[in-house]
Design a protein around this ligand. Sequence first.
Ligand code: PBG
Length: 338
Amino acid sequence: MSRSGDSHAAYPATRLRRTRQAPWIRRLVREATLQPADLVLPLFLIEGNAHREPVGTLPGIDRLSIDLAVKTAAQAAELGIPAIALFTAVESVLKTEDGAEAYNPNSLVCRAIRTIKAAVPDIGVICDVALDPYTSHGHDGLLRAGKVINDETVAVLVKQALTLAEAGCDIVAPSDMMDGRVGAIRAALEARGFIDTLILSYAAKYASCFYGPFRDAVGSSRALGGADKSTYQMDPANAAEALREVDLDIIEGADMVMVKPGLPYLDVIRDLSRSFDVPVFAYQVSGEYAMLSLGAENGLFDRTTAFMESLLAFKRAGARGIFTYAAIDIATALTEPS
Ligand code: PBG
């Protein structure tokens, strides 16, 4: 029986291998595809000039000074990657209890936005809205008596989002998981005339161990000192709750939503993309990238094939686009004649 209830011919009238017999027919019947336009490249910024610093836990990934980030952004644009996502490794002297550097108009990320938008105007610039790179305790929000406090944090996130929009950021991406922050950010953007600034909400962001290498890259793991983010990030056991998160974020004014991490949460990507019309993105997070890279380095599988297969899985599940640290390599592989 087919799914519509008609009976289908059985073997040998039906031989599913017929459509697998040669590359041309496999290409013809292929359901999901992967293109450079599906990819977003995350970049880690550091102070300095012509300066790069490897992230020990992310093989092949460097923190870049702004001038080098501009070059990488230009290379990404050249390859057809539509957008980059900026993250900063903030110097420890700038990390404070209240994370005030988050809304400094001359912060590293704001200078990077201005420089990149001037040099590579055709690439979209996405910036994280969350306090974790800027707080001395490493949490995404303000901490009072050991608790991450919601509404006071939202007020700071609004200032951060406005500062980023002012600097020229195209998409603000709240990744902090505070309640009500999308609505507050949207209202403030509208009030200040930033009517075209997009909001990509990290709506279904799970309290995941797979962020480990990222926290190393931005230097928040030492600050966190083993504390976890389970009072604001989602419980990995929950899928239905992701629908509620997205529902609220759309009502509050999100243009796009994100599921994060990616591969362990394909069911959530599928649920969201089937339930909502809003574009759903997925983040192949640092731990996923590191696992695939280290597996390939250890000869377990071919690196490019492993990345292609995982990224295709995101597309198959319904993701509109994917954040991946492998974006340059994969876009390069996709544009090479096969
Ligand atoms: C911080 C933030 C995190 C990531 C993106 N933004 C880490 C966290 O929530 O601790 C993770 C990205 C990755 O692991 O690649 N708000």
